[in-house]
Design a binder for this molecule. Structure first.
Ligand code: FUB
Length: 476
């Protein structure tokens, strides 16, 4: 395949190129922040840190790798550029979709990925095929100048992303050999735009329980990244805007703080009553409760035993949730395979076990979550297995905290074109003003997570005029 060279930027002489390279680094530093390395420093093994990045052409300063009309190219971007131009020139760098040591993939703000097809670099949705994953994976090599990188195709070794006529192609060095190395070299800088906004809390977490308490949003998740979900600690995060989150560290550590269990710290939830915060949590498939005067602890166990012990009823005694009704009565919901609910006593740490209800909910697996809007009780829950990409959220509505429940359908499900798999174990929060609602949930970490390597995100949740919930569109 030959391609006519048109509109090619004029090339500078070697001497002025060197001079320009110094001023280019200064310019880039000012415009785009820190680079992976600067001219004058010894070249380190090429790498690109994950996260949002912008990549500047080495030999066309001020021109950045970007997508336009779903095709890759380079274009000028400055601080005065439109937000769209900045966003199009920003990619979230992830470990390579197809793996490979030192290999990465590039995801745009709309969730699509840079991939090559017919040697043209394009922006396309991930269809999950082996070909797509390989076509979207590029291995980082040293570039033509210190600190710059080149991107070699994983499945077409010897072919690199390069610009030609301001377009991005996957070329070999035989294509325009005179300029090939420089045309395929990029300086990696801080991003022009925010890039992918999720996960909202950085790192691997699942089962996010969101609550609005005392003027802030709080998230209480399971800590992921452990085989068999074997973490033993709970953390808390808070935010005023659902975007910037403060990590409050460990708020409950099963080992030293809970006498009756020190394993499998899962799926907590919080409630506020009697001027105290009540933190309900799973520990080795028992449900415990700990209390504090602060939403970030320290929490202490008032019972010295589980609130709901393993074996109390059929199924696993996990995934507690507490809903407090307008009349002040609080209800505890929980279960896996079997859905349970009971009214808590006013002390929030006891209940009448003879009054435990079992609910019939189509497809129910776990993670019950109840909320109330306009007098309607919404019973939402997760379906399938958290290790399956088909894990999802369905819901029912009722006229009391105990139903009867009418199944309404699916709220949230996978979206493979965005790389969203296994979205579930959600929670719901209403903003302090208006009729604005959000759903927090986990999904397999993007791009390479699974059922024990999950990450947390939040999306708006909207209602139809008849009170049914609109399917949530997962965003990134
Ligand atoms: O995080 C451990 C378990 O995975 C939770 O208890 C379940 O709901 C599932 O998300």
């Amino acid at each position: 395949m030959t391609h006519r060279s048109r509109n090619q930027p004029r090339r500078a002489s070697a001497a002025s190129r060197f001079k320009n390279s110094i001023s280019r680094v200064l310019t880039v530093s000012l415009l785009a922040g820190s680079l992976t390395a600067a001219v004058g420093q010894p070249a380190a093994a090429a790498e690109i840190p994950t996260g949002a990045r912008s990549l500047q052409s080495v030999n066309v300063p001020g021109y950045y790798l970007r997508h336009s009309n779903y095709l890759g190219g380079i274009a000028a971007v400055t601080s005065a550029s439109a937000a769209t131009a900045k966003s199009d020139a920003t990619f979230t760098v992830t470990p390579g979709l197809a793996g490979g040591a030192g290999c990465v993939s590039f995801q745009a703000a709309n969730g699509m990925w840079l991939r090559h097809r017919d040697y043209r670099v394009r922006l396309e949705a991930n269809n999950g095929s082996t070909t797509f994953l390989a076509d979207a994976t590029f291995c980082v090599r040293d570039g033509s100048s210190a600190g710059s990188v080149r991107l070699e195709s994983l499945n077409y070794p010897g072919r690199f992303i390069r610009h030609r006529d301001y377009e991005l192609w996957l070329d070999t060095s035989a294509t325009n050999p005179g300029t090939f190395t420089a045309d395929s070299s990029f300086l990696v800088g801080t991003p022009w735009a925010a890039g992918r906004r999720s996960p909202v809390i950085k790192g691997l977490y699942g089962d996010p329980n969101i609550a609005y308490l005392n003027g802030r949003y709080y998230l209480y998740p399971t800590t992921d990244g452990y085989a068999g979900w074997s973490s033993t600690r709970f953390k808390a995060f808070s935010s005023t805007d659902l975007v910037n989150w403060t990590d409050h560290g460990t708020i409950l550590d099963l080992g030293p703080q809970i006498s009756w269990s020190d394993s499998r710290a899962w799926a907590p939830t919080i409630a506020y009553r009697n001027n105290r915060y009540y933190f309900y949590f799973c520990a080795d498939t028992n449900i415990g409760v700990a209390t504090s005067t602060s939403p970030t602890g320290p929490f202490t166990d008032p019972l010295g035993r589980p609130l709901v012990a393993a074996g109390f009823r059929s199924g696993q005694m996990i995934d507690p949730h507490v809903f407090t009704d307008d009349d002040g009565a609080s209800y505890l919901y929980w279960g896996n395979g079997y859905a349970y609910g009971v009214r808590l006593n006013a002390d929030m740490v006891s209940y009448d076990s003879a009054q435990v209800r079992t609910f019939s909910l189509p497809n129910f697996r776990e993670a019950l979550f109840v909320f109330k809007r306009n007098g309607v009780y919404y019973m939402s829950y997760s379906v399938d297995d958290t290790r399956s990409e088909n894990y999802h959220v369905e819901y029912a509505t009722g006229t009391t905290p105990f139903g009867p429940w009418t199944h309404r359908g699916t709220i949230l499900a996978k979206n493979l074109s965005l790389g969203v798999k296994g979205p579930g174990h959600h929670s719901v929060v209403k903003a302090p003003t208006g009729d604005t609602w959000y759903i927090a949930y986990h999904r397999f970490a993007v791009p390479a997570g699974d059922g024990t390597n999950r990450e947390v995100t939040i999306d708006p949740m909207r209602f139809n005029a008849d009170g049914t919930i609109q399917p949530v569109t997962p965003t990134l």
